[in-house]
Design a protein. Structure first.
Lengths: 273, 254
């Protein structure tokens, strides 16, 4: 403790700003963050105990039901259904959106023809089309899948299009002078050089896909995490319902972090903020 | 040469929009009325809603909810973000939690709000606020982190007062980021608006969509969805304009 203080004091003589930053970077923030977390949880617990009805979710209540809920077969089935639908829909969007975006990015006529449709559907809150989706697919799991695809497709297509357009023209000229065919050009030049954009698109799409799945479950009432939340909060089991929220957040943050790690591991040259 | 290129570009856009309109019309005639309505019927329904004042009333109700939520979100998110910009230890303590909340699908909290707070205007505004506040807060903090400590040190070396420091360094540096956050909030808030109108008490454009779907009035439903699409496009363009307007001094290094 004393040694630590001495070091930081010695450093502060020569480089005050750097020392301040390294002190913040070296372990004390963890204490600070943990303390803040405890304060926030205590605040939540206190406010709910003092001012809210007994059924409202609070940390102590969530902790007591947590293990019971995450080992409950019904909950696990719901989580599996939702996450599977999100994964499936994202995969469909990734393939279809990347292809659409690449064609748009490389063929100006296609881009001009589709631009208004893609941009306006990207700007549309996907919740608004839910009643239409249920007309087409009925109150079924397909309606959820369609919502997930609709929610995620356009952000991937737009990013793939931007990525395909950002390919340095010299690369394409070299490819042309070596008489590369369109498919190898796409696979070996356009695709790798748009990867940073695709990663950004997938991150954006994943968040929207998760929201799409939950909203579709609210609306269509099919088993899944969203419906689990709806059902349990209606029957005033808020603590149980909140465990599902925690799982959703963990899935979102976890996916985001792993995409980030992949990008940093395999695309170290791309530093897009 | 240039005009010819511009002409051909516009020709493609006009052609594709015309083709879309024709497909919309044909799809309405070829499928059963419960699945899709022709463009002509949709426009007729839109004109009827506009003529009877329903569209104006419901649109105004939606906008009231949306603007109330968005303004509250900005009024909370921007000052709190700026505070965290200045008070470094508070930012270090809270930024991870704010990032998690930024990534949380807020729609999952709607059933809790419904169950605890009921159907009034207040809970609906709360839904819009929850959707919109974290992008503003998160991006403002990102901006705060981008302030180069040298600038603050120089300002302090020249004995800037606290107020001058805010006016000349902190606010100009974080404002472009805050506007990126506001652009995101503009889009997310619209989702929140529709969610609130669907799942709390039905009102506004969301209610128009719901009523169309419940009465098998597909044209009416498409008309309301069409308005929301236009609203989404207009708001997104406005958000981009705002961001670009203030991004001029954002600097290329960030």
């Amino acid at each position: 403790m004393a040694g630590n203080g001495l070091v930081s004091q010695a450093a502060s003589v020569s480089l005050p700003a750097a020392a301040e930053r390294s002190a913040v970077a070296a372990g004390s923030p963890l204490v600070l963050k943990t303390a803040a977390g405890i304060v926030l949880l205590a605040l939540w617990e206190g406010v709910v105990r003092a001012a809210a009805p007994a059924y409202v979710a609070r940390p102590s209540g969530i902790v007591t039901v947590f293990f019971q809920v995450i080992t409950d077969a019904q909950f696990l089935a719901a989580a599996g259904a939702t996450l599977l639908a999100v994964g499936e829909g994202l995969l469909v969007s990734l393939v279809a959106g990347t292809l659409t975006g690449f064609v748009m990015g490389r063929v100006p006529a296609v881009e001009q023809a589709l631009r208004y449709y893609v941009n306006s559907l990207f700007a549309t809150p996907m919740v608004a089309i839910l009643p239409l989706v249920t007309l087409w697919f009925g109150y079924s799991a397909e309606a959820r899948l369609a919502t997930v695809v609709f929610a995620s497709f356009f952000s991937i297509a737009i990013n793939a299009c931007d990525g395909a357009r950002s390919v340095p023209p010299e690369y394409l000229e070299v490819a042309r002078s070596f008489r590369a065919r369109p498919l190898p050009t796409l696979l070996h030049i356009v695709f790798p050089s748009s990867l940073p954009y695709l990663f950004a698109g997938v991150r954006l799409a994943a968040g929207r896909a998760l929201i799409g799945a939950v909203v579709a479950e609210f609306f269509v009432s099919i088993p899944g995490l969203g419906y689990y939340i709806l059902f349990n909060s209606r029957t005033f089991r808020h603590n149980e319902a909140f465990v599902a929220v925690i799982l959703l957040v963990a899935a979102g943050v976890g996916f985001d972090a792993s995409v980030n790690r992949l990008a940093r591991r395999y695309l170290p040259w791309a530093r897009r903020t | 040469m240039r005009t010819a290129a511009a002409l051909s570009r516009n020709a493609i856009v006009v052609l594709s929009l015309a083709l879309g309109a024709v497909l919309w019309e044909l799809a309405g005639h070829l499928t059963s009325g419960a699945f899709w309505a022709p463009l002509s019927a949709t426009l007729k329904s839109l004109l009827e809603a506009a003529g009877s004042g329903v569209l104006l009333r419901q649109g105004a109700s939606s906008l009231e909810l949306y603007l109330a939520g968005l303004l509250v979100a900005i009024a909370i998110g921007a000052p709190l973000g700026l505070l965290l910009a200045r008070v470094a230890w508070l930012r270090v303590a809270l930024e991870d939690y704010i990032m998690v909340l930024y990534a949380t699908p807020m729609v999952a909290l709607v059933p809790f709000i419904l169950s605890i707070m009921g159907f009034g205007f207040g809970p609906k505004v709360l839904v819009v606020v929850l959707f919109a506040v974290f992008p503003v807060l998160y991006n403002t903090i990102e901006g705060a982190r981008s302030i180069r400590p040298e600038l603050v040190e120089v300002a302090q070396a020249f004995r800037s007062s606290e107020w001058q420091l805010w006016r000349d360094v902190i606010i100009p540096y974080t404002l472009p980021y805050t506007l990126t956050g506001i652009r995101q909030a503009i889009a997310r808030g619209l989702v929140g608006m529709v969610v609130a109108e669907f799942f709390l008490s039905p009102s506004g454009l969301g209610q128009m969509i719901m009523m169309g779907s419940q009465n098998f009035d597909t044209a009416g439903m498409l008309a309301a969805i069409f308005i929301i699409v236009l609203l989404g496009v207009a708001l997104m363009d406005f958000g981009r304009y705002l961001e670009r307007r203030f991004a001029a001094w954002r600097g290329t290094g960030s």
